[in-house]
Design a protein around this ligand. Structure first.
Ligand SMILES: [Zn+2]
Ligand SMILES: [Zn+2]
Length: 135
């Protein structure tokens, strides 16, 4: 059996799919509901403000924003959350829009060059094959 320590409370638990134990997943869901309700009722509230009002730690609220668990809600001081690539403040997720676009572009480029190199290597193999046949 695969036992791990919970990334939230540190207690060992039987690993299923997540890094946190079932008890923490449940309290996470409760926390998320409380924060979500608070931010919806108090539009423009900041992360620290919401943390004080709900008792949920600011770090956890930031994690919710990273996981996009709060949907399209924007927190007033979301500048606590930064793009993991260029360090620009972002409202949610891991990357800013610029970096997202650039990453997608890079992935597309890599796929393109991969299919290109497969193509060119197979055609050059065919070419050498024909050459040896000719001899
Ligand atoms: Zn736990
Ligand atoms: Zn960025």
């Amino acid at each position: 059996m695969d036992f791990r320590n919970c990334t939230e409370c540190g207690k060992p638990f039987r690993f299923i799919a997540s890094g946190t134990c079932p008890a923490c997943i449940e309290s996470d869901e409760n926390d998320l509901r409380v924060v979500y309700d608070y931010v919806r009722k108090n539009k423009g509230a900041g992360i620290k403000e919401a943390s004080d009002a709900t008792g949920v730690s600011a770090a956890k609220i930031i994690r919710f924003l990273r996981d996009r668990a709060l949907g399209t809600i924007e927190m007033a001081d979301h500048s606590l959350l930064r793009c993991s690539r260029c360090d620009q403040p972002i409202p949610r997720g891991n990357l800013c829009e610029d970096c997202t676009v650039e990453l997608i572009w890079q992935i597309n480029k890599r796929v393109d060059s991969q299919s290109l190199s497969i193509h060119s290597s197979s055609s050059s193999r065919m070419y050498t094959c024909e050459l040896t046949k000719c001899r």
